[in-house]
Design a protein around this ligand. Structure first.
Ligand SMILES: Cc1cc2nc3c(=O)[nH]c(=O)nc-3n(C[C@H](O)[C@H](O)[C@H](O)COP(=O)(O)OP(=O)(O)OC[C@H]3O[C@@H](n4cnc5c(N)ncnc54)[C@H](O)[C@@H]3O)c2cc1C
Ligand code: FES
Length: 286
């Protein structure tokens, strides 16, 4: 697919993941790299970026949480309805040559990480997935990750599946267990003492922030996908620029490595709305 030529495709299949999330399948060989997104035109509403996923050749998918007008409109569409696409766009995740990687995902974050896990497994890299959700029903891609042979560390806020608590805690516990430090937590027990070569995180920014802190403290190189409000998706309008460096998250991002992330001072503090107005995150009291 070429960025010069927008594409219109019928929805081939719709998978209802849970009450809030659906996966839409399209028959098209999308040539993308893990971490990239596609601008998706929902006729009559808006154009929105969604992470690209592909399980089998000749098909791609987007996994969408119904949160606002456009995503809810997409949820109301049916098989055969037409959706427009521009892309793929954005920077991509990069894998180490060998070793063991950690993927920390919350919300719909697993969508942007699925093809990274797939590629890693194909290269013989061990993949540990720290998948967190509010409830068991909201755990995305669990079976697909099992099929890939990923090592799963599941957590839910209500304890309905896996560890009761946050995936960031499990990630931290596993790292400490690997370092031989007793935390009294059940997490990490029985794990081989494999040190993560690299970590990757996609999800709510508060989760990404905590993962970043853990990685900095433990000297684990990492990459994060940083979502900002996107309009053009191709680096022209500036709506997705971050302070103070001005990098556009649709072009220089959304995938940013841990070293560069140190220069993005708004990370974990605030973002900009559609009008460009700064909106503090609720936990930011600066
Ligand atoms: C690079 C990138 C990749 C993305 N990938 C995905 C993806 O794979 N799947 C996906 O579902 N979305 C993804 N998004 C988010 C998506 O593009 C839209 O922002 C989202 O669907 C909301 O659009 P809307 O028009 O429905 O809601 P809007 O009208 O924009 O927002 C409605 C309300 O929902 C809130 N809101 C917006 N986004 C979220 C959210 N994620 N969670 C909770 N509340 C929210 C807003 O603050 C607002 O109050 C991605 C965004 C970026 C930048
Ligand atoms: S969305 Fe326009 S510059 Fe990124």
């Amino acid at each position: 697919m070429n960025t010069e030529k927008p594409l219109i495709l019928p929805i081939k299949n719709i998978i209802t993941e849970n009450e809030r999330v659906k996966t839409f399948v399209f028959e098209y060989e999308m040539d993308f790299a893990p971490g990239q997104f596609v601008m998706t035109w929902i006729p009559g509403y808006d154009e929105k970026p969604f992470g690209l996923v592909s399980r089998v050749p000749g098909e791609f998918m987007i996994t969408v949480a119904a949160v606002g007008e456009s995503s809810k409109a997409l949820h109301n569409m049916n098989v055969g309805d037409l959706v427009g696409f521009r892309g793929p766009f954005g920077s991509t995740f990069s894998l180490p040559e060998a070793g063991s990687i950690a993927l920390i995902a919350g919300g719909y974050g697993m969508a942007s990480l699925f093809n990274l896990a797939k590629e890693a497994r194909e290269k013989g890299i061990d993949v540990h997935v720290f998948l967190g959700a509010r409830t068991k029903e909201e755990l995305l891609y669990l079976d697909w990750m099992k099929e890939l042979g990923a090592i799963l560390h599941v957590s839910t806020d209500d304890g309905s599946e896996g560890y009761k608590g946050f995936n960031v805690q499990v990630f931290s516990d596993v790292i400490l267990a690997k370092a031989g430090i007793q935390t009294g937590s059940p997490n990490g027990v029985g794990d081989d003492k494999v040190i993560f070569t690299k970590a990757y995180t996609v999800g709510p920014e508060i989760m990404e922030m905590k993962v970043a802190d853990i990685c900095y403290q433990n000297n684990i190189p990492f990459e994060v996908s940083l979502e900002r409000y996107m309009k053009c998706g191709i680096g022209i309008c500036g709506s997705c620029s971050v302070d103070p460096v001005g990098w556009r998250m649709c072009a220089e991002g959304p995938v940013i490595d841990g070293e560069k992330l140190k220069q993005i001072t708004e990370f974990g503090k605030y973002h900009r709305t559609a009008s460009g107005k700064v909106e503090n995150y609720p936990w930011n009291k600066d």
